[in-house]
Design a protein around this ligand. Structure first.
Ligand SMILES: Cc1cc2nc3c(=O)[nH]c(=O)nc-3n(C[C@H](O)[C@H](O)[C@H](O)COP(=O)(O)OP(=O)(O)OC[C@H]3O[C@@H](n4cnc5c(N)ncnc54)[C@H](O)[C@@H]3O)c2cc1C
Length: 493
């Protein structure tokens, strides 16, 4: 080394060299000369491929509607979520995105949900790729992407209610309140009570203590006007003083005034505040103190109360009723597994495109090579790419089975969808959570720039492992189901 050069000079020279190399990666002419054009990444690898046919095969008959969503998003840059937005701005933007998207593109989430669930999923995939908060906000409202399979607000009304509820409650932005401060996974541990008042023909909803506060409720902190609330149904015991516990049922409980948006008397709403991700969704906590509502607000598909306080149900036991009620919410899990694959596709696409253009150390005295040529880089990315395809088809099949189940109510299919959705949701969301980190690492330092999205994807997606059923608890359900099947098979053998 030239002894007159200081370490500062050497650093400057190294930085300049690095900048030249980086610049060459970005310079259009050099990129073209090296055959690394952005238009088709495969040109870097000299691969011939029919992209149109692949896209048609993968995205199927709903490719057009997805394209429409993408075109809309591109045409409205002011609706795109900035990387450095505050929680409050993000929430308002998300609400605006949802309202304008529905109004301006003419999509009808409830309609598709009933008529063509796969179309609903296709739309949600496209919307979620714009901002996962938006996808989740929409799913809390219309749940999960379609009420027919649904689970949260729209889904709970459709699946647990009867015609009177469907006719009345399809407008507005609403919430779904099952999780309590002290119990999330254990739904049967619910503390909130719904006591029937025989004189006034009303239910009275009460949160008995802090542990019973409904927590993490999507859309509740700012925008929600109604919530589907899970509560223990208490009926006056015939002939004697006291109440009988009829088990957990769902109720439609208004939380805010329709016109003024003021919180209703007896309802206390708190904001769950900043989260690790999904800050476009306003999660809140709900507490009820003697909130009265008409008897019709009971979602009465699996159990009803007559004017004289008598209980009827097509199902014989409390456990069967709880199982049927929770079973109707399986669509949320199906939707989450499907959406998680959407996140995986985005992460691997960004990583692959970047890596195909990125070059590092070459052989001695030779130009640098593209980083996909490193075996370790292939080991990082190729399994993720392959899994994204496999999960796409697996979750697509789950969606189809779930739609069929809703029509046929076939017992075998019900079992398949329950175990399939629990297993796939747990497996896919855990895999995606790990893979977004690997994709970030595979892009080196540039993967850490917020604008390149890995941080947002990772943070927004992380909770997919917990909500709609904690993954550990879901895998236990899968194991229990398989043990039962094995036991029955052994008994019959
Ligand atoms: C952003 C966000 C949005 C949400 N939106 C809603 C909503 O709109 N409506 C709603 O009702 N809820 C919502 N939730 C709540 C969510 O569904 C619950 O957090 C989830 O069900 C897990 O329950 P928990 O938080 O009580 O966790 P816990 O059940 O307390 O789990 C904590 C730990 O204990 C472990 N564990 C629990 N039970 C077992 C077991 N039997 N065996 C072994 N390990 C176990 C879990 O694996 C986990 O590691 C939301 C949550 C978040 C964070």
């Amino acid at each position: 080394m030239d002894s007159s050069r200081t370490s500062h000079d050497v650093t400057v020279a190294m930085v300049a060299d690095r900048m030249r190399t980086l610049g060459a990666h970005l310079d259009g002419e050099v990129v073209q000369r090296l055959g690394l054009g952005m238009t088709a990444c495969t040109s870097a690898r000299k691969v011939e491929f029919d992209f149109v046919r692949l896209a048609e095969y993968i995205r199927g008959k709903h490719r057009d509607v997805q394209e429409k969503m993408y075109e809309y998003v591109i045409s409205r840059p002011e609706l795109q979520t900035p990387v450095d937005t505050s929680k409050d701005d993000h929430r308002e933007l998300c609400m605006r995105q949802l309202l304008e998207l529905v109004r301006e593109t003419g999509i009808r989430p409830f309609g598709y949900a009933l008529e063509d669930p796969e179309k609903y999923f296709a739309i949600m995939e496209a919307i979620g790729s714009m901002d996962i908060s938006l996808g989740i906000k929409m799913s809390v409202q219309y749940r999960y992407y379609f009420v027919k399979l649904g689970s949260l607000w729209g889904g709970s009304v459709i699946n647990l209610g009867t015609k009177r509820h469907k006719d009345k409650y399809f407008d507005g932005i609403d919430s779904f309140a099952m999780t309590k401060l002290h119990h999330g996974s254990n739904v049967q541990g619910i503390k909130t009570t719904a006591t029937f008042d025989l004189v006034n023909d009303e239910f009275i909803i009460d949160t008995p203590n802090d542990g019973g506060i409904k927590w993490w409720i999507g859309n509740a902190a700012v925008h929600g006007k109604f919530a589907t609330v899970f509560a223990k149904l208490l009926l006056p015991t015939q002939g004697v003083e006291g109440f009988s516990n009829m088990g957990v049922q769902a109720f439609i409980v208004p939380s805010r005034e329709m016109k003024t948006h003021r919180t209703l008397p007896g309802v206390k709403i708190n904001d769950c505040g900043y989260k690790v991700g999904l800050n476009g969704v306003d999660n809140g906590a709900l507490r009820f103190h003697s909130v009265r509502m008409p008897r019709e607000n009971l979602l009465n598909r699996f159990g009803d109360v007559s004017r004289d306080g008598k209980y009827t149900s097509p199902l014989p036991t409390v456990n069967k009723r709880v199982a049927a009620t929770l079973g109707e919410l399986v669509g949320g899990r199906v939707g989450l597994a499907y959406s998680s694959v959407g996140v995986l596709k985005i992460a691997i696409t960004i990583a692959m495109r970047y890596c195909l253009l990125r070059q590092q150390f070459g052989p001695p005295k030779q130009p640098e090579v593209g980083i996909p040529d490193y075996q370790s880089q292939q080991h990082k990315l190729m399994p993720i790419l392959a899994s994204a395809y496999a999960f796409h088809f697996a979750t697509g099949q789950l969606v189809r089975k779930c739609s069929e189940m809703k029509i046929s109510h076939d017992d075998e299919l019900v079992g398949d969808v329950h175990v399939g959705s629990a297993g796939l949701k747990a497996y896919v969301t855990s895999y995606t959570a790990k893979s977004t980190s690997i994709c970030r690492e595979s892009c080196g330092g540039h993967g850490y720039a917020a604008v390149n999205r890995f941080g947002g994807l990772r943070n927004d997606h992380d909770i997919f492992q917990t909500f709609e059923g904690d993954n550990t608890v879901l895998l236990q359900q899968v194991c229990r189901w398989f043990s039962l099947v094995l036991f029955v098979t052994w008994m019959l053998a």
